[in-house]
Design a protein. Structure first.
Length: 53
């Protein structure tokens, strides 16, 4: 099985300490993530460091 291809990996830290991170991969061939009809796997995060984060 071929590996997914990383197409986006971006992280920005704002002056108030908040973090925005975007990561996306293209799956090989016509493979789709279970429960989806597209060939991308992704992770988006936004948060502020601190207790409970």
């Amino acid at each position: 099985m071929a590996a997914a291809t990383l197409i986006l990996d971006a992280k920005k830290t704002y002056p108030d300490g908040a973090i925005l991170q975007l990561v996306a991969w293209r799956l090989p061939g016509t493979e789709c993530v279970r429960g989806s009809t597209h060939g991308f796997k992704y992770r988006f995060f936004y948060g502020v460091p601190g207790p409970g984060s």
